[in-house]
Design a protein around this ligand. Structure first.
Ligand code: PMP
Ligand code: GLN
Length: 382
């Protein structure tokens, strides 16, 4: 019998809840993806490039035109001049980028700090490399870094800290002051960072995303990961990028070239064209998603769910203690799906040890107005 290398891993909650939504005909506000399409010009560009014969392998590190667009965007957004040649790598999805960065860094016995609730792909990536995750819970109710707990979790074996801001599932943001605090904490230690910034452009209320790319000291030891899927409403394209200083990028690329070798060619051409033609897209995103967040929040105002509006991402956490305090969140998410026709994601599954009495579920508001209205109507009737 095969001895599993990932004995604790089953089918992800995203697959399970999307499947349940499909079976029950519920509105799917569980797995994070838009129910609308990416820009027409972007989709047209893919067809154009396929017709033009851009169908063979892309360069291993990514199409130069796309790497240059990414570098230009980073200069505009974060004021850092990165080399498209040696610091930007296009990967088939942020998940794969994170996986490759972990494999490039982690050896058996190494410890990796993740903040709970943490995105589900981090721990298996670390375990496959022979490392061990040390889980540091974020402080409730704001999901902020608990500095004492972080400091206590550091050891001589700590090799990597994985950051995620804007944070899935809470929407919380790490501030520039917190990045400074982190820099001070790890200054004398041999610790690297993976900064998962896939929701970098989904930041609301006039707040600004504090990117590790804008932090000189932290960037020197960081892999910063992003995803075109989130930014251009095309999660199914599974195309993202990793930005890291040349020496780190070189190690990442050694892994990436044997995990997939390269990303999908016509998608890279299309993204490069679109980014060149519509650089304003990323500036318009915060308002676009803030309007959706506010519509959904306004519609839920008179429901029995309680919440504070998410500062970032396209997820809204809601507390359901006033409705079914007797139910754990996994059962609650299923109950909402089956009995009330709206699928959600439970939050406890992103914890090693969920806080007792956690009564939170996550809704994705990357949906058409009509979907949000229908969902809110069902949720207000509970
Ligand atoms: N990190 C986080 C926090 C995410 O929410 C997602 C979304 N699926 C990813 C990484 C993965 O992005 P991608 O689909 O580009 O692999
Ligand atoms: N990131 C998406 C979410 O949080 C899910 C992606 C996936 O299904 N792996 O819902």
């Amino acid at each position: 019998m095969i001895i599993s290398k990932l004995p604790n891993v089953g089918t992800t909650i995203f697959t399970r809840m999307s499947q349940l939504a499909l079976e029950t005909g519920a509105l799917n506000l569980s797995q994070g993806f838009p129910d609308f399409d990416g820009p027409q010009a972007l989709r047209d560009a893919v067809g154009r490039h396929i017709a033009a014969g851009h169908n063979q392998y892309a360069p291993m590190t990514g199409l130069p035109a796309l790497r240059e667009q990414v570098a230009a965007k980073i200069a505009r957004s974060y004021g850092r001049a990165v080399s498209a040649e040696t610091e930007v790598t296009i990967v088939p999805g942020a998940t794969q980028g994170i996986f490759c960065a972990v494999q490039a860094l982690i050896r058996p016995g190494d410890e990796v700090i993740v903040f709970d609730p943490s995105y589900d792909s981090y721990e298996p990536s670390v375990e496959l490399a022979g490392g061990r995750c040390v889980h540091v819970p974020l402080a409730l109710p704001d999901f902020a870094i608990d500095w004492q707990r972080l400091q206590d979790a550091l050891s001589d074996k700590t090799r990597l800290i994985i950051l995620n801001s804007p944070h899935n599932p809470s929407g919380a943001l790490i501030s520039r002051a917190e990045l400074d605090q982190l820099a001070a904490l790890i200054r004398e230690r041999d610790i690297y960072l993976i900064s998962d910034e896939v929701y970098e452009h989904l930041v609301f209320d006039g707040l600004r995303h504090a990117s590790v790319l804008a932090h000189e000291e932290l960037y020197q030891r960081a892999f910063v990961v992003s995803s075109f899927g989130k930014t251009y409403h095309v999660t199914g394209w599974k195309t993202g990028y990793v930005v890291a200083p040349p020496a780190l990028s070189a190690e990442l690329r050694k892994v990436h070239q044997y995990v997939s070798f390269c990303g999908v060619t016509p998608l890279q051409w299309a993204l490069a064209d679109y980014m060149a033609e519509y650089p304003e897209h990323v500036e318009e995103l915060p308002m676009f998603y803030q309007a959706k967040r506010d519509l959904f929040a306004d519609l839920l105002k008179d429901s029995r769910f309680s919440f504070t509006r998410a500062p970032g991402t396209y997820f809204q956490l809601v507390d359901y203690s006033a409705i079914r305090p007797d139910l754990g969140d996994v059962v609650m998410a299923e109950w909402l799906t089956r009995e009330h026709g709206v699928a959600a994601i439970p939050v406890s599954v992103f914890y090693q040890q969920p806080p007792k009495d956690l009564r939170l579920v996550r809704f994705c508001f990357a949906k058409r107005e009509e979907t949000l209205r229908q969902a809110a109507e069902k949720l207000c009737a509970i």
